[in-house]
Design a protein around this ligand. Structure first.
Ligand code: ADP
Ligand code: MG
Length: 586
């Protein structure tokens, strides 16, 4: 309860605001609310998802013009116009997202700039939208027979919409889909390997941000009762982005802080700067430019994280509820061939990293892949798991050819992996990182997550993550930040994450590196138990005592090719292997 006190105070003040505030401030708060709705979309898209859009103002314009046109020219109800506006916005966002999101980095920002500019000119040039004068006579919103005539009445609608969007966004981020969204920035490759469809996730947040903007535009049109192109230009799109960045782009409440601060500041600067300079002009634009540079240099995280430190510490969730175990995959019988690599070749330009590689792994065996640094072991792992497909050759998993499948599709079929260079989300908790591994074992989507209707499934996913963490010996670190663990334990975290997917084949790339003697023993014990349960394990490891004490069979690589294969004691005596490792037989 104590942690919620600041929120309660804020809500009470917000609710009482229009009862005592002068008209000017109510209007200001209305605009802050409208801008916050757009900025909230950008928090999700840019702050959390890492995708930058300069074109949000154009989506606001779509919402505003849709209702402006349909209600005045066709006499439609504003509510129908809202639905049409949302539909049009969704269509545009999907096309735009489809064209740009698949491409890397800067295509999305460029695409949104182009879109922002062209829509602005379109609004201004279309006869039926009133050209640069715009549309007037947009009807008053009616809400269950109540006419929202004044700003004071409108205030409640705006803020209820905003707060419900904040809540929904917060719910969404705290869910299976939310973890996928949070993985986009810096963890895309890992997320794909855990079965997340990152292209779809990106499209989803782009769509949500666009729809938020459209709703804001719809509200704006009915508050103003007229629309013209000015508030939907590219410079306003930049301002929205600015609000999200200044407020704290990765935090939902940052949207409100940013929108509030920028709106008030702009108002104030517009008053005061012309007096200082003795002439009129948009001086605040210059000021904002300088401020943006300062924020990006000095406080990348924005104001919100800094504000949070001023109020009493809010403890995150500290317990994981008991929940029914998730259904498990049917394990292939021991001895079944799980993985077969035939004549695999991988080339990076002129460099042949894997050539003529053949190997197989059966259910219930540990196969070790060893060889000097640069031999091509990790490359082989990436080919098998679909992270980086083979140049030629054939890879089969459970009898099916997988060398043309994506890592996501391969994960779905029951292959789990860890990475030599750990790939986790350092600021997320250990528990949440591992829960990403269980992504494919849940199915609830964005809508049920936003409404928190997926709590039963979510509880089962988190309980599974906890169970796997306890299994690997990290049960005491569930709520630590993943990045705070020593590197050796981060690797072990990756094993728990892979296990959360309930795989039948596990690919471990140097799992024991960085572990202490006793930790290595515990890891070996765990791998023996997994093998006993029928799992197949393909293991890359440099610690020969670890490998030889554990592996059933060993494949030795050098310069991208297999130079030996057999039982551990056989390969240890193989002169070719000794040559490769020691440079000659003693
Ligand atoms: P290992 O895991 O056995 O130490 P790797 O598979 O990481 O070896 O690397 C094998 C060879 O392939 C090395 O020469 C490495 O530089 C090269 N290599 C690996 N990945 C890439 C890549 N993405 N692009 C170009 N060369 C690569
Ligand atoms: Mg390697």
């Amino acid at each position: 309860m104590k942690q919620r006190l600041p929120l309660m105070v804020f809500l009470v003040l917000l609710a009482l605001g229009p009862l005592f505030l002068p008209e000017f401030y109510v209007t200001l708060l209305n605009y802050i609310g409208l801008y916050s709705i757009v900025a909230l979309g950008l928090v999700l898209l840019t702050g959390v998802g890492g995708l930058t859009s300069f074109g949000q103002a154009a989506f606001v314009g779509l919402g505003a013009y849709a209702t402006g046109y349909l209600t005045t020219a066709h006499g439609l109800s504003p509510w129908i116009a809202l639905l049409v506006g949302l539909g049009v916005t969704a269509g545009v966002a999907l096309v735009l997202g489809f064209l740009t999101l698949r491409l890397s980095g800067h295509y999305l920002p460029l695409g949104t700039i182009a879109w922002g500019i062209s829509l602005y000119f379109l609004f201004g040039n279309l006869e039926f939208l009133g050209g640069h004068t715009g549309l007037t006579g947009i009807p008053v919103l009616e809400f269950f027979g109540l006419k929202l005539n004044t700003g004071r009445e409108f205030y409640y609608l705006i803020w209820v919409v905003l707060l419900s969007f904040v809540l929904a966004t917060q719910n969404l981020l705290d869910s299976r889909e939310g973890r996928a969204i949070r993985a986009l920035k810096g963890g895309g490759l890992m997320a794909e390997s855990m079965g997340v469809n990152t292209a779809r996730t990106k499209t989803t947040i782009f769509l949500i941000a666009a729809l938020f903007a459209c709703v804001s535009g719809w509200l704006y049109a009915h508050l103003q009762r007229f629309v013209n192109p000015t508030p939907f230009g590219l410079h306003i799109g930049i301002e929205y982005l600015f609000m999200a960045v200044v407020g704290g782009a990765a935090h939902v409440w940052g949207a409100l802080v940013g929108a509030g601060l920028i709106t008030i500041l702009k108002q104030w600067l517009q008053d005061i700067l012309p007096k200082i300079f003795g002439q009129s002009g948009n001086f605040e634009v210059i000021f904002f430019g300088i401020m943006l540079i300062l924020v990006l240099q000095r406080a990348r995280e924005g104001i919100w994280p800094w504000l949070v430190r001023l109020v009493p510490v809010r403890q995150g969730r500290r317990t994981v509820a008991e929940a029914e175990a998730l259904p498990r995959r049917e394990m292939p019988a021991a001895g079944t061939v799980l993985l077969e690599v035939k004549e695999a070749r991988k080339q990076f330009g002129g460099l042949v990293a894997n050539d003529n590689m053949n190997l197989s792994v059966k259910a219930g065996e540990v196969m070790a892949l060893i060889g000097p640094n640069g031999a091509g072991k990790s490359t082989m792992f990436n080919c098998i798991s679909g992270v980086d497909p083979v140049t030629s050759g054939e890879i089969r998993f459970l009898g099916e050819r997988i060398d043309t499948l994506t890592s996501r599709e391969i994960a779905r079929r029951g292959m789990g992996r860890t990475f030599q260079h750990v790939r986790l989300l350092p600021t997320m908790s250990v528990l949440e990182n591992v829960a990403i591994g269980a992504h494919l074992r849940g199915s609830k989507g964005v809508l049920s997550a936003s409404l928190h209707l997926e709590r039963a499934e979510e509880a089962r996913l988190l309980a599974e993550a906890k169970r796997q963490l306890e299994r690997v010996g990290l049960g005491a670190h569930l709520f630590d930040e993943a990045g705070s663990l020593p590197l050796g334990q981060q690797r072990v975290l990756e094993i728990a994450r892979a296990l959360s997917a309930d795989p039948c084949l596990l690919l471990l790339d140097e799992p024991a590196a960085g572990l202490r003697y006793l930790e290595k023993q515990a890891l070996a014990e765990l791998l023996r138990r997994l093998r006993g349960e029928g799992m197949g394990i393909l293991l890359v490891e440099h610690d020969m005592d670890f490998v030889m004490g554990l592996a059933d069979r060993v494949v030795v690589m050098e310069f991208g090719e297999k130079i030996s294969e057999g039982l551990p004691e056989e390969v240890q005596k193989d002169p070719v292997v000794l040559e490769a490792y020691l440079g000659g037989v003693e």
